[in-house]
Design a protein around this ligand. Sequence first.
Ligand code: DX5
Length: 220
Amino acid sequence: MTRYEILPAVLAKTSEEALQKLRVAQDCSPWFQWDVMDGKFVPNATWYDAEKVQTWTIRSRIELHLMVRDPGRVIEAWRNVPKFKRAVWHIEAPIDHEELINTCKDMGRDVGLAISPKTSLLELTPYVEFIESVLVMGVEPGFSGQGLLPETAERIRQIRNLNKDLVVNVDGGVNAKTLLGLAKAGAKRFCMGSAIFEHAFPSDFVKGQLERLEHARESR
Ligand code: DX5
């Protein structure tokens, strides 16, 4: 049975903000998601300087959420960051996905594909057997603190039907109110930004939400 996971979503505009959020994230979970935004693919830009990150002592594993037009360039730049373990880029990116999936695997990293709210799930079909997870966006990518789009749970259900082995991850608008409905729809991995970083006791909050998920699973 697939374990539930909650990944803090680190969206940082400066190295100082990244370091501050990373310290919180590492107390919450063995994984966190690094929001990488280039200001072109999405109307926002974040800090993601791998040369600097390489010098940091990081305990948790990193999933890069690549909201960029050229994910291959960022993945290459992060090659020497030891805790970078999974690359998740957008199916909407104008690249050869099959080629980058193979490159990433050759680099010893896991691969996921992210899909934005308006994109047809059929775009994923050619790749689902070659990837570890699908990141379903619950909001238009680019900013933290947005409300979950109502159609997200149905999109999760439809992706579950694409391939039973896929881990479905959901990102954007995930919080204590929306979590159980998304889990019921079939999501097993949850990225949270504001729900964690605006909480007074982030690690207690994450622990409590994981307990809620398990309790809800038992009573289903
Ligand atoms: C959205 C980002 C999300 C976002 C999550 O553009 O990819 O990771 O930071 O923030 P919340 O959980 O506040 O919606």
